[in-house]
Every structure is written in structure tokens, then in C-alpha cells.
Design a protein around this ligand. Structure first.
Ligand code: ZN
Length: 159
């Protein structure tokens, strides 16, 4: 049974290059731009914050390689997430992308009450996480990233 599970996992890993090109940051940029374009007639230039939130949430990836490997290079971070991490031998589940957790969204949700830019940044982040989730669900990859900061801390005995 265990063996079968491992084999299944290997099988969907072959599909990961596909996933890589879809989750590429340029896709987030394009979809965020479309969303901002739809909002523009209603809210004006404030819609640009949607692009800001929808793209820069992936700064999380940089923070991860910075703290996990003490690597400052943006190029390394990109390479790590796009290729290196997807190799079976280097795969690591449950990584922490802090603004992709519900606590990160809660923080932005609270800030959104006090500031209009944060309100639109949050809209961009919601669009972004929906795109991420569609792909993670599709390829049964929900385990790749922590959904909760508290849960992640608890699993490592920090709490
Ligand atoms: Zn993301």
C-alpha cells in the first residue's frame, strides 16, 4: 500500500513542469492586470493596488529561500522554486509562505478596514491564492505549503 502511494506520487511529479509554467509569476501578473482593468472604470487608479497585491504576495518565495537557506539571491529563489524544489529528491512539503497563510490574509483583512490601498491589495491577494489553489487542487499538491502559520509553528514545536 505504501509502495503504491509512493509510485502515485512519482507519477504526478512528472506533471510538475506544467505546473511550473502555470504558476509562473507572469501568469499572476497578467491575470492581476486583467482584474485591475475590469475594476478601473469603477475605482480609478486605486485598481493598480490589485496588481501590487496579486504579484508581490509571491515575495513570500524570496523570504523562504532567504530564511531557509540564507541565500540573498533572487535568482536562486526563482530557480529553487521553479526547478530545484520540484525534483523528487529535493522535495520538501509544508513550506512556509507567510502571506499565503490564512493569518497573512487575516492581517491584510484587518488592515483593509483602515486603508483603501490595503483593501485592493487584499483583492489582488485573493485572486492570487485562488489561482494557486486551483492548481494545487488539480495536481493534489495541497501539502506543499502550510495553510496556517500557527499550524506550521506547532508542527515544528515552536508553539
Ligand atoms: Zn503564490
Amino acid at each position: 500500500m505504501r509502495r503504491r502511494h509512493r509510485k502515485e506520487r512519482e507519477r504526478w511529479f512528472f506533471k510538475l513542469p506544467l505546473l511550473g509554467s502555470f504558476m509562473d509569476i507572469s501568469r499572476h501578473f497578467i491575470v492581476s492586470c486583467i482584474f485591475a482593468w475590469v475594476l478601473y472604470p469603477f475605482v480609478g487608479l486605486a485598481s493598480l493596488w490589485v496588481i501590487f497585491g496579486g504579484v508581490l504576495i509571491d515575495f513570500d518565495h524570496y523570504l523562504y529561500t532567504l530564511f531557509r537557506f540564507q541565500r540573498w539571491s533572487i535568482g536562486y529563489s526563482y530557480y529553487y522554486h521553479k526547478y530545484f524544489r520540484r525534483e523528487y529528491s529535493h522535495y520538501e512539503p509544508d513550506i512556509l509562505h507567510i502571506f499565503h497563510t490564512w493569518e497573512g490574509f487575516l492581517l491584510m483583512f484587518v488592515l483593509a478596514f483602515f486603508s483603501l490601498p490595503f483593501f485592493f491589495i487584499l483583492q489582488g491577494m485573493i485572486l492570487h491564492i485562488l489561482m494557486d489553489f486551483i492548481i494545487l487542487f488539480k495536481y493534489d499538491l495541497m501539502e506543499v505549503r502550510a495553510l496556517s502559520l500557527l499550524g506550521w509553528l506547532r508542527r515544528r514545536d515552536y508553539l
